[in-house]
Design a protein around this ligand. Sequence first.
Ligand code: NDP
Length: 334
Amino acid sequence: MDWALIGASTIASQNMIGALRSQPGGVVRWVVSGSAEHVADYAARHNIPHSGTDIAFALADPEVDAVYISSTNEKHYGQALAAIAAGKHVLCEKPLAMTTGEAASMVEAAEKAGVVFATNHHLRCSGSHQAVRDLIRAGRVGTVLSVRVFHAVHLPESLQGWRIHSADAGGGVVPDITVHDADVVRFILGEDPQSVVAQTACSGMGQGVEDSAMSIWAMPSGAMVMSHESFTHPFAGSGLEVHGTEGSIFARGVMTQRPVGEIELVTAQGRETVPFSDHNLYHFGVAQFCAAVAGTGAPAASGLDGVKSLAVAQAVRDAAATGTRVTVNYGALK
Ligand code: NDP
């Protein structure tokens, strides 16, 4: 599969170029970015043969099969629609768009065009999250009563740009991290939050956008979810806890881009350490995407997953802004 990168980004540089090239026949053919100087330097550093500032040239290249979009968030919508119109398969970064409505239009356009459209929610690609889901599915904790997500981190200095000062580019911890946590909860529980209450704050880093969020989500099953995200917590550590009538799962250090952390299951029989696969999260996601294009599988996170996880994040922001319980609006997509 020949790829065009839309966005000369950190995530592509650190994780995705390697992931795209890890697949059999995986070639990164183009990179497109808004800055001529930056994109030329980026292409040279990553050994990408074609680069430019006009997406149209990359999309007109018949050798390009698929596009990976990792520009800033406000650009995803227009770039994805252009790629879909050109008949390319699209793997798009989260949040899919600035609004759930735009994200839903992207999914609809891809369905009409008959191309694969997927969301790069990496956490559901990790062995740890898959092991937690499998424990729940196997009934090891009984009926799930509650979930607690700990995802308060310290945003590295190199990423303290648009994320902390530009609402226009889609900055803020809610579109950056809460959207991932929504995807995790939907993935492990297999159900979608119905309503949320929330509070957000600027706790030292955000300039005009929130850098911390706490929210509580009501699930259709009756389970309660508590979720905490931040850019300003250097020593908090991350984790995921699932508490049920027959057991509790403690997954520590697993809200990360790497296949690390530990999982413990506690039941009436005692404590057990749960093993999990340490495969690369991004390689897994790209492999699933390639299988979907080949017609032999499905994306790890579909376009609809991206829409729904964004809808939850949007509800968290709205609930914090209004101080009220907000029903999650998933729109008309099923
Ligand atoms: P970066 O800030 O590294 O890059 C995003 C864009 O900023 C680039 O595409 C480019 O814009 C512009 N840019 C960056 N560096 C320069 C430069 N030196 N000169 C000129 N322009 C520059 O973004 P991230 O990698 O942090 O995030 C990109 C997307 O990926 C976001 O949507 C984010 O939410 C998502 N993401 C997902 C992760 C995951 O694990 N799924 C992890 C991290 C991010 P342009 O190309 O438009 O000109």
